[in-house]
Design a protein around this ligand. Sequence first.
Ligand code: ADP
Length: 444
Amino acid sequence: MEETLKILVVDDDEVDRMAVRRALTKAGVQMDLSEVEEGGDAFFALSTTTYDCVFLDYRLPDQDGLTLIQQIRSSEIKVPLVVLTGQGDERIAVELMKAGATDYLSKSRISSEVLAHVLRNAIRIYRAEMQVAFANQQLRESHEQLIYKNKELERQQQHIQVQNFKLLEASRLKSHFLATMSHELRTPMNAIIGFSQILLRPKFGQLTHQQADMVERILNNGKHLLMLLNEVLDFSKLEAGRLDLKPEIFDISKVVDAAVEEMHSVGEAKNLSLLLQTDLQNPLGFNDPMRVKQILINLLSNAIKFTESGEIWVEVKELPANKVGIIVRDTGIGIAPRDFKQIFEAFRQVDQSITRKYPGTGLGLAIVDSLVKMMGGKIFLESQLGVGSMFRIELPRQVTLSTVAIEAGNLHLDNDRVFYSGQNSHQSSASVGKASIVSPKFKL
Ligand code: ADP
């Protein structure tokens, strides 16, 4: 069913109004038609009622059609306006259209077909225009929204940049604080260790059994504290890229022997035997012996710390491609595969609680990981909860330091690790940064 159109006819001539009405009725237009004679009445009607179309006589008693159209359009009244012109008025048609008329029609051409056609065209054009205007409005709104969102994003980006800068600064200050404090604390610590060692020497007077026991405790705790301080200092140096390897030609088996020997008494205190098997045809290597020993001491002290009964095995063997493999295996509590990755990160421990059973800074493996990387080596982890763990290190016999140094923050590199427990392992193999240390002149 065709919709009923609300139509307004503005004409002071009753015969002309009737002609419009008849023509539209004849054309079968369903309509609700109102009529007014003057421009003022037309404006009032349009301000208070919504029409689908207006037929407007160009010549009205109180004003001309052009002025009325301008008035209607400047009041933002949206309606299709068809101007009915008399003889000779056609020349102002262009101006009418410019002012906002939808169409115009000479009164001499009014017929039911023409009028119905003009009416439908005017409504169609008007609705299309409204749709375009609506789409444009929506476009404008989305454009404005985009501009707003862009500004908001820019603001957030700036905020993040500021926060990043603050974080970097805080991290730098923290590293500086760690480095300074651990360095400063080492001096009095060395004095405590030195003087307790002196006190224990018989030539400085005989101590009672109880006194000797107490001084020994001071000495052992002092040594432990110094070890912790050294860990923190090493870590802050690694973070700041200020830890250098001092490579030299050295006997690998002797360094491994020394590390095992050093940890022997610690193992013994827990009734754990440390078993060493060295199988090197060529024991020489070019690396920093102190740092190789440090890696072993760290792995051994972990193995002892996390093992309640059983044995700790250390194995050193030749590997293809002029590499050396060092393995530290224990029968301890083991590590769950989900923790493989994170335990190599600084300050990460499987048990992070304050009341945890095993003490430590959580820096040991992070330092080991970084040192192994500096040396161009790889570290693998195999472990099973309740069965034990195996840390396997592959080091080049001769470090090539032209490509190796530590840059700030690389303690967190972990993109290239492989893990398996039974079948899971950890492998870390990045070589990072740069340094320039000359290679040895010997053939290794
Ligand atoms: P720390 O020993 O000071 O806690 P590490 O960085 O050396 O820090 O080790 C991180 C964590 O990895 C330890 O807290 C422990 O949870 C786990 N871990 C390291 N070695 C072993 C091991 N041999 N057996 C079981 N867990 C280990």
